[in-house]
Design a binder for this molecule. Structure first.
Ligand code: NDP
Length: 443
């Protein structure tokens, strides 16, 4: 195969061959897939009711993990796979039947704009009501089942997300029927290396009929699954102790609020890099369906078998930190969204900005005048508050903060590269006016 030529559908103009590979290309994508999988399993095998929650450092701890991993029947079950598939399918049904407005995405390279239904929050509310009915009929039993079979469900979501990524990768080679638009590939996902393309995502917007797989996966089965897991772990603690500890409230309530906030602002996802730029491959399929619910619910899972009791002062401090950082995250994001939607709108018309040669304006006052990514700072501190809710008995529950720091630094790097390319010398001017990246007067 001539690697200098663009592949299949669409030709050079629409689907140029990828020249710059993200994540260091093939070795980086293999490393990310391997490391995330290992982390997922180690964090379960060494942080659970029987193992406690200690980072494996001794030979015997590693041997115990190896023995547990070898007995795959303890964490792979057809029942969990069936339940997981039902969960995913239930949300697909709601995607189609729940009414909601339709919003158009950004203009694509082929000039097309795709339609997206905005019914994530109402799908969540219908699911919540259904969960209430299930509780009315069966009590806590189904929720305790979810908590007790957590890792079987995690493995099921892993298998499902990997199969889904394989499906969209293979399907991206289809020939469009006569007269149909050619398949549009992601600019970064058309390298010709099957492993890298499978990982990063080859097709930009894979759809089955009106079901946009990337958009659907982004906020529904994983984000709502995270809520289900958190609620199930809180119920598990209540079932075991007879009450819910203050630490559990501190971990679970803000996370559920974060999920609702995400669904409330569902249409905003349409302008994020995930939707506009990245293909739908293993990275997003696994990230959305497995990584987010499994790793992000770690605090609640830990507290379910290791309750922590905070003093009133500590509780208040963690709660204040959570609320304050959430406000920084939400207000800064909303300010930019409002400005991008209508720069003369009443909430942003007083803000100062610079004009750029690209035609876009860049805010230099308000939140975006304090630091160039103050929204990331708020988001990170918010996650840290929930890690602090788990106390200091183990470093393992701080995984989210460490991981999220790396993710946001990498995202910041990608975004700065994108903006430098888009705004050229205007971006340097902006950086002179707003010299701090994350924390005003510090960094
Ligand atoms: P941002 O919301 O930070 O947007 C970056 C873009 O905003 C730039 O590319 C640029 O786009 C525009 N911009 C930059 N500076 C200015 C300015 N001064 N004035 C106006 N526009 C500006 O991007 P993300 O999508 O990365 O993050 C959104 C939120 O999602 C963040 O709060 C982040 O923390 C969160 N997030 C959460 C994750 C999770 O797993 N929980 C994962 C990733 C993100 P342009 O000029 O082209 O419009």
């Amino acid at each position: 195969m001539d690697k200098s030529k663009p592949s299949g559908s669409g030709g050079a103009v629409l689907n140029p061959r990828t020249t710059h590979r993200e994540f260091m290309g093939f070795p980086g994508s293999v490393a990310v897939m391997t490391i995330t999988t290992i982390v997922l399993y180690i964090w379960y095998f060494s942080c659970n009711e029987t193992a406690g929650c200690q980072l494996p450092v001794t030979q015997s701890q590693w041997s115990a993990i190896a023995a547990h991993a070898a007995d795959y029947r303890s964490y792979v079950s057809l029942e969990a796979l069936a339940i997981y598939t039902m969960w995913w399918s239930w949300l697909v049904v709601l995607y189609f039947v729940i009414p909601g407005r339709t919003v158009q995405g950004v203009v694509l390279r082929n000039g097309q704009r795709l339609d997206y239904p905005i019914n994530g929050l109402s799908s969540f509310l219908v699911t919540l009501c259904t969960a209430g009915l299930v509780y009315g009929k069966f009590g806590f039993v189904p929720f305790l089942w979810v908590a007790d079979h957590f890792f079987q469900l995690a493995s099921a979501s892993y298998m499902f997300s990997t199969a889904q990524a394989l499906f969209v990768y293979l399907r991206s080679f289809r020939r469009p029927s006569h007269g149909a638009q050619p398949v549009m590939l992601a600019l970064a996902g058309n390298s010709g290396n099957p492993v890298y393309d499978f990982f990063i995502g080859r097709e930009l917007n894979p759809r089955i009929g009106a079901l946009d797989l990337k958009y659907f996966n982004e906020l529904r089965p994983g984000i709502m699954g995270w809520v289900v897991l958190n609620v199930s772990f809180a119920i598990k603690q209540y079932h075991t102790l007879g009450y819910v500890s203050n630490s559990m409230w501190l971990a679970v309530v803000p996370q559920i609020g974060y999920c609702i906030d995400t669904l409330l602002f569902e249409s905003k996802v349409l302008t994020t890099m995930d939707i506009t730029t990245d293909g739908f491959g293993w990275m997003l399929s696994f990230g959305d369906l497995t990584w987010v619910p499994v790793m992000y619910s770690l605090q609640a899972r830990y507290l379910a078998f290791h309750p922590v009791h905070h003093s009133t002062v500590a509780t208040a401090l963690i709660a204040v930190m959570g609320v304050a950082s959430f406000l920084v995250f939400r207000l800064s994001n909303s300010e930019k969204n409002a400005f991008r939607t209508n720069p003369n709108g009443p909430s942003v018309s007083h803000l100062r900005f610079i004009k750029t040669e690209s035609g876009s304006k860049l805010l230099v006052s308000g939140w975006w005048g304090l630091a160039r990514h103050i929204n990331y700072t708020g988001d990170w501190m918010f996650g840290l508050a929930q890690c602090l809710a788990t106390g200091f008995d183990t470093p393992m529950t701080y995984f989210f903060s460490a991981y999220f720091l790396v993710l946001l630094l990498h995202r910041n790097y990608r975004d700065e590269c994108k903006c430098r390319e888009k705004y050229k010398k205007d971006w340097d001017r902006y950086c002179e006016i707003v010299p701090y990246m994350f924390i005003p007067y510090v960094i």
